[in-house]
Structure formats: C-alpha cells, structure tokens
Design a protein around this ligand. Structure first.
Ligand SMILES: Cc1ncc(C[n+]2csc(CCOP(=O)(O)OP(=O)(O)O)c2C)c(N)n1
Ligand SMILES: [Mg+2]
Length: 649
C-alpha cells in the first residue's frame, strides 16, 4: 500500500536528522573508513523509529521490555552512533574514535555498544536473528507474563540483507508463525556496493512479501511523517510487517544515488558543501545542543508513563516471582542438572540424549528449541510440551523447516533475550548454518546445537551424508565448545557442562552407537580430556580418541596389551575445554596415536600419528564402510606397531 501524508513535516525533526547525518560523516572522515551512503540516506528512518516509536529507557539500556532494535544493515553503524551521541549516550570522543582500537564505536557494533541489541557484519544475519527475538518475545509473553514482556522487534535492513538467502528462510517462518510484532524497516535505495541493485536482481519485492502474506507499506524514506504513520499502521497488523522506505543513497552528496558513495569516506570540502545543504553548523564534530535536547526530551516524554506503569507492575510481583523474573531480566540462565532421572539401558546415544534433554526441559522452562525437520532423527522433540505455533506460543517445539541457516540465526536472537535455545540437524549439514554458528561464537551466546549422525558410520546414505571435515572445521571456530561424548556417562557430563556455562556449544552424537563403559564414570569433561585407562609401566603408548571411536580404541588397547605393549587411553570429549586447561601434561611427547573417523588434521596439534580420513566416505553397510577404510582393531594394532617400529629404527 502506498499512501501520502498531507501534514507538513516538522523542522525540529529534520534538525536532529541533519545533525545526525553530519556527525556520522565527520566520524567516517576522521577514521578514513566507513559507509557514508546509508548514513545520509537512512537517517530519517532511524530517527523516526527512535523519536516516535521505540520503547526504550534512555537511562537503562538493558531495560528488559525495551523494543528490540536490530541493525541488520550493520554498515550503518556510524549513523547509529551519531544518534546515540545526539541522545547523550556516548561522548564526542567516542565519535572521534570510530573504528579505532578499544573504542565503543567499532566497525560493526555487534552487541558491545549500549542500545545495540544486535548488529550484523554478515548481511542477512540481523533479519534472521530478529525473527528469533520475535519468537522469544512471543514465548515469554505466553509462558511467563503478558504485561511485563510484550515488546516489538524492529530491524533496519538494506537491499543486501534481503538478497541473502537467510532472509527468505527466516521471514518465511516469521510469516508462518504470524509474528506480528516484527517490523522490518527496509532502506530501499536500489543500490548495493558494486552498483545498481538491478545488476543482480529483478525481483519484485512487493510480490515477494505479498506471497509471504506480510503487511506491506511503501513510504518516502525521507519523510518523517510517512514513516511515522506507517509504523503506527503496523500495530494493528496480524502479520509481520515490512515498511519499504524508498531512499536515496548518499543523499545531499555530489555522488547521491550511486554506489560510489556506499563505502568511501567523503572529503572535507564535500562534507562542508553537504553541511550547507543540511543547514547545520559547518565545523567538524559540532552539533546543535538544541537539537540534542529536543530529541532526548521527545523520547523521555513519550516513555515517561510507559516506564512508570511497567515498573509499577514489576514492583507488584510477589517476592518469589520477582526472583524468577530478575533472573530472566539479568540473563541468568545457567542450569544445574542435579540428579536427573532418565532411561538409558540398551539405547543409542542419540536416544539417551533425547531422554536427557526431555528430563532437563521438564524442569527448565528457558530451554526451548527445535529442528530443521530432523527432530525425530536427532531425538530433540520435547514430549511434555506442544508445537510453538500461532495459536500456541507457549509450545516449546519449533518446526524450523528445512532451513538450517535460519535456524542458527534465529537461535542467536532467542539467546539474546535470555533463553537457552537448541536446534538440531545432521552433523554433515552444519555447513549450512556455519555463518550463524560463527555469530553465536562471536557474540558468546549460549546456543546449544545438537548434531547427530556424526561420521562415516551412517553408512548406506553415502558420502554426502558422511561428515568428514565438519568436526575439525567446527573445532577451528574460536569460543565454540564442541562436545563429542562416547557413552551415557560422558553425555550426561557434557549436558552438565554445557548448562553450567553460557558458551555456545555443539553436541555431536553418532547415529547408533550403544557402547558404554565403566571407565567413563570418572570423566572430567570440564577439563576437556582425561585418562580413561591408565598405563601400568613407564614405557607405554598413548591412544587418543573421542565419541564412537573410543570403543574401537579400547579394542586396540586390549590388543596391544595382549602383545605386552602397555597403553594409556585418553578420552577427549571437548577439545576446547582441554585447550583452556592446564592439563595438557596428560599427553606425553612421544608414542602418541589418535584415531578418528574424520580428517586427520583434527588431532595434528597433539600428534602426527593419526588414523583418520583423507578423502570422502562411501555408501555401504556401516561394517563394510569401516573395513573399507581400515577401521578394524587388528589392522590398527598393526599400524601402531609399524609406527612404533618407525620410531625405533
Ligand atoms: C554476507 C555479506 N556479504 C558481503 C558483505 C559486504 N557488504 C557490506 S555492505 C554491502 C552492500 C550492501 O548493499 P545494501 O544493503 O543495499 O547497502 P547500501 O549500499 O544501500 O548501503 C556488501 C556487499 C557483508 N557485509 N556481508
Ligand atoms: Mg542498497
């Protein structure tokens, strides 16, 4: 729907907007780095949202029921910072330190700068995580408290965000779930970095969003009145909204409307000319104090009653209720497993995992998640709850559909609101959501990924379904805690460690291993690795493994012992934990062998003597696959002996 507003624009609004524009240009110019195009083009959108609509407490950036704002077009960060300056939240020194070492005004603010709920470096992530925030809001509103948690989620995105596939995936789900408190503000300037949007896209964006049944509004993105009116009209919508704000990239510059102004700082002369057009003070880093006061007062006045009412309701909570809410509001979402009761006899590890997850969920309402259409395979269905759906936002099983990438990004958004979200798929498909996993790690979000079918032992489905390099490549991501337990004892400790901490974690499980050992009872998952079987003499061979391979490794150890070769077995269920511990001394310097069904590189930092894969898998029965690649206790025993012979020569 396109509409025109007759009301005259308010000059005071534009004074703030133009000061925001000018200050952003100064900061970019000083840093000699940044994106002036969006700062000039999208300033009225950001201003209108903050001045007229966003529910926010300027004195408390972490107020829980604030409307969330996601800067999906993260390259617009300088504009966001200049707005924060106009609101008196950051200082001029911060503006002058744009993108410099240690500043609170980095290239992309991620989640470190006050009032930035999330910003995207990788385009598209912000939109998808905003869907996660909108899901979390609906869940908490239904399951916790309707009057304390009931906010909107806004996203500012550009052409690039909407070109990214993850925006399709996530918005299709937002539509299916009728997340009507999600409002997308689209800075539609038809320009991207390399030139016109039409170089790479001929999509009719309105038809796209019509097919998603979105509430669609089209406005002049330079008009505060039109944007204001459009946001108001979203409040009554039963569907998520997109406001297509037609803007001009680099407006008021000599390069306006071209990609040349997307990401290149403008020089001083050019900035001076722009400032004349904007009618702002023509000297660097100088803004109008009156404009600042007007902006701040507008928000304060608008929010005064809303904040007072919310605080009154919160203060009226009973003491024990208050404690529960305080925990949520402070994002205190660790969980102590205690003595869980669950079945594990004669079950595969993924089935046991499902039972543990269910036992935890029954007692821990912040645990909510789903699967990319593999919940029955990954065993992540929660039995004592229902599907999260448009008429039942209390449900805790989310059907993400075959949308792995969106699932990961959505989990990030959910975690930002304080939930402990989980999502599952096969390990081999973890590549489909890797950008989201990287964001979990970068932002240190307590997301739990459950990836099953974790090696060539999946067999018959063939090479495409057999993960080879995935484990090693996930391990490469900093701050990502990858867990690969062998049996129920280790698995339980993994869950315990994951939930006692708040790091992003990946739980990697086999399809059908039922192995169990007495030796794993004394595992030390928090140390990452431990001695499963101790040697008896001073001259021994060390064998390292984790997950399903540990069973094979124990057989190899028995074989070697029968040949009078003493052994130590190290189980290493969490390499990241091991890397942060002072316990590396459990691995000797010589005679160390590792066994993995994945690529050999996984263990190279501990030893170059690795029995592992150097190519893709093959389609056959599990036993045939293993034999084909030489994973047989007798053959490996021989290999170890050969290695030892090499060493002795
Ligand atoms: C996933 C990803 N790919 C590429 C980039 C690099 N990049 C940053 S902005 C941009 C152009 C985006 O175009 P648009 O969203 O229309 O922004 P505008 O040029 O209008 O400011 C690109 C390609 C990125 N940040 N993320
Ligand atoms: Mg654009």
């Amino acid at each position: 729907m396109i509409f025109k507003k007759e009301k005259e624009e308010n000059k005071e609004d534009y004074r703030v907007i133009n000061n925001m524009r000018a200050l952003a240009l100064d900061a970019i110019n000083k840093a000699n780095s940044g994106h002036p195009g969006i700062c000039l083009g999208a300033a009225p959108i950001l201003y209108t949202l903050y001045a007229k609509h966003l529910s926010v407490d300027l004195d408390n950036p972490k107020w829980y029921n604030r409307d969330r704002f996601v800067l999906s077009a993260g390259h617009g960060a300088p504009l966001f910072y200049s707005m924060l300056y106009m609101l008196g939240i950051i200082g001029m020194e911060d503006m002058k330190e744009l993108r410099q070492l240690g500043s609170i005004t980095p290239g992309h603010p991620e989640i470190t700068t006050p009032f930035v709920d999330m910003a995207t470096g990788p385009l598209g992530q912000g939109i998808a995580s905003a869907v996660g925030m909108a899901i979390a809001e609906r869940y908490l509103n239904s399951a916790y408290n309707k009057s304390l948690i009931n906010h909107y989620t806004y996203v500012l995105c550009g052409d690039g965000d909407l070109e990214e596939g993850v925006s399709y995936e996530s918005l299709a789900l937002a539509s299916r779930l009728k997340l009507n408190k999600l409002i997308i503000l689209y800075d539609s300037n038809d320009i991207t970095l390399d030139g016109k949007l039409s170089l790479s896209s001929s999509e009719d964006i309105i038809t796209r969003f019509k097919s998603l049944n979105f509430n669609i509004l089209v406005v002049n993105g330079e008009s505060v009145n039109e944007i204001d009116e459009a946001i108001t009209r979203c409040y009554d919508s039963e569907m998520p909204s997109i406001i297509i704000c037609k803007t001009v990239i680099g407006k008021f510059s000599s390069l306006e409307g071209t990609s040349a102004v997307h990401g290149k700082p403008l020089n001083e002369e050019e900035i001076s000319k722009i400032k004349e057009k904007l009618e702002v003070i023509n000297s660097p880093f100088t803004v109008s104090g009156d404009a600042m006061n007007y902006f701040r007062d507008t928000i304060k006045l608008r929010m005064h009653y809303i904040l007072r009412e919310w605080t009154r309701k919160y203060e009226n909570l009973k003491a024990e209720e208050k404690e529960k809410y305080d925990k949520l509001f402070n994002l205190e979402n660790t969980y102590d497993l205690g003595n869980l009761k669950f079945e594990y006899e004669d079950l595969s590890l993924r089935d046991i995992s499902g039972n543990i997850l269910n036992a935890i969920a029954d007692d821990f309402p912040l645990l909510i998640g789903g699967s990319a259409d593999l919940s029955s395979s990954c065993k992540t269905s929660l039995k004592n709850t229902t599907n999260f759906d448009e008429n039942n936002y209390k449900g805790r099983n989310i059907n993400f559909g075959i949308r792995e990438h969106a699932m990961g990004s959505i989990l990030n958004g959910m975690a930002l609101l304080g939930l402990r979200p989980f999502g599952s798929t096969f390990l081999v498909f973890s590549d489909y959501l890797r950008p989201a996993i990287r964001m979990s790690a970068l932002m240190d979000l307590p997301v739990i990924y459950v990836f099953t079918h974790d090696s060539i032992t999946v067999g018959e489905d063939g090479a495409t379904h057999e993960p080879i390099e995935q484990l090693a490549s996930l391990e490469l991501i900093p701050n990502l805690y990858v867990y690969r337990p062998y049996d129920v004892n280790e698995l339980l400790s993994c869950y315990r460690d994951i939930l006692a901490n708040k790091h992003p974690s990946v739980l990697v499980l086999p399809r059908d291993n039922k192995g169990i050992s007495e030796l794993t009872k004394n595992n030390k998952i928090e140390n990452g690795a431990y001695i499963l079987k101790k040697e008896e003499t001073k001259d021994f061979v060390t064998l390292i493994a984790n997950g399903e391979e540990l069973g094979l490794t124990m057989q190899v150890s028995d074989n070697l012992n029968a040949l009078n070769i003493d052994t130590r077995i190290i189980s290493m269920p969490c390499m990241k934990n091991f890397g942060t511990q002072d316990s590396r001394s459990i691995i000797p310097k010589t005679k160390v062998f590792a066994i993995t069904y994945g690529v050999k590189n996984y263990y190279y930092k501990f030893t170059d003597k690795v029995i592992g894969m150097i190519n893709f898998g093959i389609s056959a029965k599990k036993e045939d696959v293993l034999n084909h690649f030489g994973y047989n206790a007798d053959l490996i025993t021989e290999k170890v002996r050969e290695f030892l012979g090499d060493k002795n020569e």
